[in-house]
Design a protein. Structure first.
Ligand code: NAD
Length: 243
């Protein structure tokens, strides 16, 4: 009897997670991170290239009714995935970059109209969030700045979501230069220039594991963040200023 009670309480507490893009570079890391995290379970792997997964998020939702979808797919499918999830009452943690402003507006509308919430986070690495915060602060005092972002050569979008987000948080017009070469994971330099001096703020993700603590934190907290949240910094630092 006692063990039955424990089992019911445990079952109610486990967060049921779908991973969209589960076969991809980021998706595989998310599958491993969810498997190693307390209080959550991967109930659906959605990726058309997986023989033993679901071909799309709609069929995965219908079969498994997940609580949260973690999306690391591709810019041209992530918006439709998010809409399908929000309309079905599934929270979305969106790591895929390249979402347009119009798409973001529609995602916000769906998240505010329904019961499911959405986080769009161009970068889940704590060091990258700090880099963006320091760059925003520095640009108040050194308004001339440029960004160089470096990624692996399979990345589909340029400039990167992190580069665009950093520029949006900084003062002034900040040009972004994109380097795409094998060997890189995700790196960014923000260079600020003043009279006879420069300041460089650099962040390096040297492995995809760097993003996982942030992803897991977002999965835990998305149910308590009504509507659309933009940027993991609002969950980590309680920063409401840039939503
Ligand atoms: P990837 O190409 O390795 O993986 C994408 C996967 O999505 C592929 O396996 C593909 O088959 C799958 N896919 C395509 N259409 C799908 C659909 N309709 N449903 C389900 N799955 C589908 O790409 P990646 O390197 O893993 O990056 C994925 C995205 O994450 C990119 O947009 C990238 O910029 C972004 N990214 C974000 C962060 C962050 O911190 N937010 C970090 C790294 C990468």
């Amino acid at each position: 009897m006692a063990s039955g009670v424990r089992r019911i309480r445990y079952a109610a507490w486990v967060i049921r997670v779908m991973i969209a893009g589960a076969a991809g570079r980021m998706g595989q890391a998310v599958v491993a991170a969810v498997a190693g995290a307390e209080g959550m379970e991967a109930v659906a792997l959605a990726d058309p290239t997986l023989a033993d997964g679901f071909a799309d998020v709609a069929s995965a939702i219908a079969a498994t009714r997940p609580d949260v979808s973690v999306d690391f797919t591709q810019p041209h499918v992530a918006f439709a995935n998010a809409c399908a999830c929000l309309e079905a009452g599934v929270h979305v943690v969106m790591g895929t970059t390249g979402i347009t402003d119009d798409q973001r507006t529609e995602i916000r509308r769906l998240a505010e109209a329904g019961t499911a919430n959405c986080l769009i986070a161009p970068n889940f690495a704590i060091g990258a969030l700090l880099m963006m915060r320091f760059a925003a602060e520095a640009s108040r005092h050194m308004p001339k700045a440029e960004i160089i972002e470096f990624h692996h050569d399979q990345k589909l979008d340029a400039p990167s979501g992190t580069g665009l987000r950093t520029a949006a948080l900084m003062h002034g017009d900040v040009p972004i230069h994109s380097v795409r070469l094998p060997g890189f994971v995700a790196h960014q330099e923000v260079i600020l220039g003043g009279l006879g001096e420069t300041l460089t703020i650099r962040h390096d993700s040297i492995a995809r594991e760097s993003f996982m603590p942030g992803v897991i934190r977002a999965v835990r907290e998305i149910a308590d963040r009504p509507g659309l949240t933009v940027g993991l910094e609002q969950i980590l630092f309680g920063d409401e200023s840039a939503n």
